[in-house]
Design a protein around this ligand. Sequence first.
Ligand SMILES: *Cc1c(COP(=O)(O)O)cnc(C)c1O
Length: 465
Amino acid sequence: MHYISTRGGIAPIGFAQAVMMGLATDGGLLVPTAIPTVDAERLRMWAGLSFPELALEITTLFIGDDIPRADLKALIDRSYSTFTHPEVTPLVTAGTTRILELFHGPTAAFKDIALQWLGNVFEYLLEREGGQLNIVGATSGDTGSAAIYGVRGKARIQIFILHPKGRVSPIQERQMTTVLDANVHNIAVRGTFDDAQSIVKTLFNDLPFKSAYQLGAVNSINWARILAQTVYYFYAWGRLTGGEINQRISFSVPTGNFGDVFAGYIAKRMGLPIERLIIATNRNAILTRFIQTGVYAVEQQVHQTLSPAMDIQLASNFERYLYYLYNGDTAQVRARLDDLQRTGQLSVSDALHQQAQADFAAVAVNDAETLDQIRATEQASGYILCPHTAVGVRAAQDWPDAVCLATAHPAKFGEAVAEAIGREAPPPLALQGLLDQAARCSELDATAAAVKAHIEATLSGVASA
Ligand SMILES: *Cc1c(COP(=O)(O)O)cnc(C)c1O
């Protein structure tokens, strides 16, 4: 299997190189040269597999010979042994609502499913091919802790995560800063999330610095993250249908960067019988507006909502969808991205707009509706939704059979839950005792120069240790 860029500017590369590259060197996103398809016979066989067995079959199709099967199996088994539920992603019901719980990993949010695996893949490839990786990222909450837990204690990897001081929830902050492994470096910047993100961008654009220090990224532009997330769509379908090929299932997916629901789109293109993919957005609804109008237009600002992991202005994986919408025509992708860059919006033809409406339904859900859904589900069934999951459940109200993806444990978002139902959800083991544990964090001014100097000083200490 080979990978190319959505912008057409790189020669095909293998899976290992694609994972280490993250963002394509021409600024585009990496996609496979062809999406492998799975026939009815194989789908029927897969329906009986456990989550790790299924992950092995699916990832093998995209990795080819780049990782020998026995090694890949060991990697996958190790990645999902950190989950506290034997099924990894159990399917449950809340009253009549079908919920696919994706939050049984070490940080209690769905990003663990991809990042537990990605951390092990990084470690494996660095061990095999030599070299170092220094991950630098900014987080407004969930991604930072999932990335830290994915690589903590791993050889040849250092991770620097910037968060805005005092502006992430106390639990989220503690999930990051209580990880005391020597390769984990938390930085609280005296500024906002936008400041932190713009510092990271500045460092990645500093090409001499980037190549001297082998900087790597862990945001959802990495193809390996999408790949790992396709697995639970197959898993849920198998559990619900027993492999009956004529049964089609719909999914409702809380969406920010378009990573999670895009994985569902890939699963559908592979041949999984998916009826409908519902894009569920909060008030930051650029994707919902695109599906409704065919115009992808940036708003003035990001709106703060009760589902903060989805408070995103531009959905980074949208570029991958554009590539498929234009049937792999990279010149068209570049032209639309140019439009977006110049004017703040892009639009597609009527025919392609119709295609997008066939690929996705989309619903925007506001904070009042989110709270109302948490309340209604709790009253009907006793089940407590996290605010992101509640957005997905509300978005699916016209499709009652849809499987709703539960992207975080409700205890991670105690304030919103308490506002809805007057109490917080009991914390899972992963979130207990965090406030009493020892923590380590550096505090820096919100400037690229301060962060760069800190990274250089830290890494020179690592090298001489
Ligand atoms: C990241 C995140 C999302 C959004 O996922 P995308 O892949 O960015 O669409 C939804 N819910 C939670 C809890 C998240 O952490």
